[in-house]
Design a protein around this ligand. Structure first.
Ligand SMILES: [Fe+2]
Length: 411
């Protein structure tokens, strides 16, 4: 743990020489991480041993659980700090930063998404509408360093592959251009996720009571609430309803009133919640998936929007393998029915039979209906396949639209 003290002292020294310039800090932070290389001697449990034994505990960035599983501040002064973040199942929201600095992967690896935000409509300081553009998806490995620039100059998300993955963040306490630390929801929303006002906080808490008791008045009560709320509160209420009920249909009774109250802004939330549910499902399934290759595949489904990009990334990571065959291997394993009484194994809970897997492979190759039919006839009776032509077309359409797999088939 000595290394983080040395890092802290070196950062203090070099940043002072740069007149505490926030513009200079990301380079200084990256340089110090590179020079002292804390990943080299890092041992998973050493920070916990230090935590349990220290009498010299630095001021923590936060004492609330939340970001990190856990997060530990290992060095801090009044201007900068060094944090360690453990991740077991954590997937970060797409977010920007109200500070600047750099981070290094100490252990494990992650899929890193880098985004640009094109703002169309800033509603107030806490919420804006626009379009998210995915700039790149790359792997981050032990020792890799990324600079963190404040505000919307660096928008990213991380999906951690190993359990645990550990990152070291070197950062300023604040950064003047940082402002509110926005989270982003694909495809159209930027918002500040912290609820600071007591009224909204109590409103959100009360929704759990309504979900629990299911009184007949609940639709009327929630409709009235949405009618009298601003668009950010409307979003937070809808988000809470989805967390409680875990299905998109939970919002059906409230869209009319939301559109009446907020017009086009409410319409922009429809695709946001559709994607929100897709991601929630993938993140939920990820908890049951332990194999690193399968977790990698889920990370791609979560982060990458088009099939050709997914195949490119698979080719980069596994250059000796055919990407379609490798994806089929993962899909086959992840969609096998769980054996009754058998041991738990990776499962997405969406069983696909042999013919569905054949159709799946043809769709990955962007093949049309005639080719799908021809391929099925190689494995099944011609007349039988011909007789089910409409069902096969419907199966192909449902795979293309399937919540989990749709990015694979999007061109
Ligand atoms: Fe971040």
């Amino acid at each position: 743990m000595r290394i983080f003290q040395d890092m802290g002292r070196l950062l203090q020294e070099r940043w002072l020489k740069a007149q505490h310039s926030e513009e200079a800090f990301p380079d200084i932070a990256a340089e110090v991480l590179r020079e002292l290389a804390p990943h080299q001697a890092f041992q998973t449990l050493e920070p916990l041993e230090w935590l349990y034994g220290t009498r010299d505990f630095p001021k923590q960035l936060t004492t609330r659980p939340g970001f990190g599983q856990p997060a530990l501040t290992v060095f801090s002064d009044s201007r900068l700090l060094i944090d360690l973040y453990y991740w077991v199942d954590g997937t970060t929201d797409i977010h920007q930063h109200g500070f600047c600095g750099a981070f290094q992967v100490l252990q494990g690896s992650s899929i890193h998404g880098h985004y640009r935000w094109h703002e169309r409509n800033k509603v107030n300081s806490r919420v804006a509408f626009g379009d998210m553009e995915l700039l790149s998806v790359t792997g981050l490995f032990k020792g890799d360093i990324q600079r963190i620039l404040g505000g919307d100059r660096y928008i990213h998300s991380l999906f951690h592959l190993e359990r645990p993955s550990v990152t070291c963040v070197v950062r300023t306490l604040h950064s003047p251009e940082g402002g509110y630390q926005y989270s982003y929801k694909k495809p159209h929303l930027a918002y500040y996720p912290g609820v600071e006002d007591a009224h909204t906080s109590k409103v959100l808490q009360s929704l759990s009571l309504l979900a629990e008791l299911k009184p007949p008045e609940r639709t009327r009560l929630i409709s009235g609430l949405i009618e009298r709320s601003d668009i950010l509160t409307c979003f937070l209420v809808f988000e809470r309803l989805l967390q409680l009920h875990k299905k998109l249909e939970a919002l059906d009774p409230y869209w009319d009133v939301a559109v009446r109250a907020h017009g086009g802004l409410a319409e922009e939330l429809r695709p946001v919640f559709k994607e929100y549910m897709r991601q929630a499902l993938l993140i939920d399934r990820r908890g049951q998936v332990k194999d690193p290759e399968h977790r990698y595949f889920l990370a791609l489904l979560l982060n990458v929007e088009r099939g050709e990009h997914i195949q490119q990334l698979v080719r980069q990571r596994f250059p000796d393998r055919d990407p379609v065959e490798l994806i089929m291997k993962w899909v086959t394993a992840l969609t096998q029915p769980v054996e009754a009484g058998g041991r738990a194994r990776d499962s997405l809970g969406v069983p696909l039979d042999e013919s569905a897997l054949i159709v799946f492979r043809e769709l990955l190759h962007s093949r049309g209906h005639a080719e799908v039919m021809a391929r099925l006839k190689e494995s099944f009776d011609d007349a039988e396949v011909e007789g089910q032509s409409d069902d096969i077309a419907a199966l192909a359409a449902s795979l293309r639209e399937s919540t989990l797999f749709q990015p694979l088939f999007r061109r």
